[in-house]
Design a protein around this ligand. Sequence first.
Ligand SMILES: [Zn+2]
Ligand SMILES: [Zn+2]
Length: 186
Amino acid sequence: MNGIELLPVGEISVAVLDELRAGLVSVFRVRCEILDERLDPSFAFHAERKQYHSSQILARMRNALRGGTQRLGVAGVDLYIPILTFVFGEAEVGGASAVVSFHRLRQEFYGLPAAPEIERQRLLKEAAHEVGHTLELTHCDDYRCAMAPSHSVEWIDLKDAAFCHDCRETVFQAWNGNTARAGRPR
Ligand SMILES: [Zn+2]
Ligand SMILES: [Zn+2]
């Protein structure tokens, strides 16, 4: 059964998660639920950077995975991978888990007044992007597509939460090819 599970990572508001859940249902047209459990990300904390290593969070999520569903961690904390200053999210391409951070999507991070609607749209776009990677989507040249790469919030604001035609086809095949793929020899 295709679906998405949202795993709260650290402190993240229930209202933000609820809106994200509804948004992902309309983008992917599959069931989406918020898990009761919450992942404490303190094991992935880097004291000098004061950030959380997203790959370590993904590895922990993978161990806990039940299978059959894409699992998206939604983090309130700032994420990084060692070669970059920060990441908005990280995904296992063609895998089952991804993580996205709300931290740098908030206007407050840039010293600006809160803009809840814009911030929630940003989270939906980045969530759709990371889930897209788990469905084997790569970055897209169409700047409006959710799979366009974003290096700053300005880039995120330019794109949609929806996929372009080609990316949507790939998503459709990933969701609907699951049963067929499982039957073939690997
Ligand atoms: Zn990406
Ligand atoms: Zn695309």
